[in-house]
Design a protein around this ligand. Structure first.
Ligand code: EPS
Length: 346
């Protein structure tokens, strides 16, 4: 149904995102895309790069008078810090980063060749894709939001701020957990008929594709391991006004790989950023002698931004599953099928 590609290096000319499979007839306002890009740049703990960039997307293909034509949509986000050719070499790989495995894989002698593409800067393009998908989902009253659950084990906003300040003071970094909630998702997206059609496997894979993510859970997630079935499964009720509904949502809105009509809830765990101002032991890749890992401009904590990126990939998965079920080339066809379906399941 939908597919996307991104391209671009952290300090190259810019980032490109291409999304194919969007229906014709959708009003696309660049302001809505730019608002999402801005959200990704914010958050306590971000580094100096975010003071340089002011991410804005230019829609370089597919629209006519602001309305989609059914052809691929291409976005361009220019980098202000376009300095790729003059940046210093990096010869002491950072533990936790793609530096060493990338060097070994591609036969480079400068980790700069790895980190330019491995950089989480690419997530600006991902958020551009997510913003387009959110525009489609909004037509069906499906909305997504995210929030920080914890940072370094701290949970209140005061304690989280203190934890990040502590990391700054100790020249360290800190990770955490974010939660994404999608509201208004109808029952019936995804399927149990094949592993790759399951909505939960698609969401988990999508969130895992974000740099720095080490765990994903849907609904109660690992909490399921602690309780009896009778305590944990979401009992089913029906009323004329609500249709089928639950009083609990431990399943995170997905049963048997299919959305069940409740909110879709997922959490992701992001590791601490790997660039440490007080670096760990590493090895000089040329001399093979012990050395401290390289240090360069970076962030301290990006859990909040990671949540926005996770919203974006979740929006992509939900939009893809929606088009799979109600597929059509134009928005009006899809809406007609959607309305018929909603009537049937009530
Ligand atoms: C990022 C841009 C990068 C980093 C960060 C995310 O910019 P620079 O490397 O120029 O400071 O701030 O990327 C990483 C932490 C990483 O490890 O790649 C962005 O736009 O989000």
């Amino acid at each position: 149904m939908l597919r996307y590609l991104t391209a671009g290096e952290s300090h190259g000319k810019g980032l490109i995102a291409v999304l194919e499979g969007m229906p014709a007839g959708l009003k696309i306002e660049p302001a809505a895309i730019n608002a999402e890009l801005k959200r990704r740049q914010a958050g306590f703990g971000r580094g100096k790069r975010m003071q340089i960039e002011n991410d804005k997307a230019e829609v370089v293909s597919e629209l006519r008078r602001g309305i989609s034509l059914g052809s691929p949509i291409a976005l361009l986000i220019k980098n202000k810090d376009f300095s790729i050719d003059s940046l210093q070499r990096i010869v002491c790989p950072r533990p936790g980063h793609a530096d060493l495995s990338g060097l070994l894989k591609y036969g480079f002698t400068d980790a700069r060749d790895v980190l330019e593409r491995a950089s989480a800067r690419s997530t600006a393009a991902t958020v551009g894709i997510g913003a387009l998908c959110k525009i489609l989902l909004r037509e069906f009253r499906i909305t997504l939001g995210s929030g920080v659950v914890s940072v370094g084990g701290s949970k209140t906003s005061k304690a989280i701020k203190e934890k990040i300040q502590q990391a700054v003071m100790h020249k360290d970094t800190v990770g955490g957990i974010f939660e994404v909630v999608a509201r208004g998702v109808p029952a019936g997206l995804g399927s149990y008929v094949q592993p790759d059609k399951r909505l939960d496997s698609r969401l988990a894979g999508a969130v895992m594709s974000i740099p720095g993510i080490k765990a994903v859970e849907i609904g109660l997630g690992s909490g399921y391991a602690q309780k009896f079935g009778s305590e944990i499964h979401d009992a089913i009720y029906f009323s004329k006004s609500k249709g089928f509904y639950r009083n609990t949502n431990n399943a995170g809105g997905i049963e048997g790989g299919i959305s069940n009509g409740e909110d879709v809830v997922l959490r992701g765990c992001m590791k601490p950023i790997c660039t440490l101002m007080n670096p760990l032991d590493s090895v000089n890749i040329r001399s093979r002698h012990p050395a401290k890992a390289s240090v360069q401009r970076s962030d301290i904590c990006v859990v909040e931004s990671a949540g926005i990126v996770a919203e974006s990939v979740a929006a992509y998965v939900l939009a893809d599953a929606l088009l799979e079920k109600f597929g059509g080339d134009s928005l009006s066809d899809i809406k007609a099928g959607y309305a018929r379906y909603l009537k049937r399941i009530r």
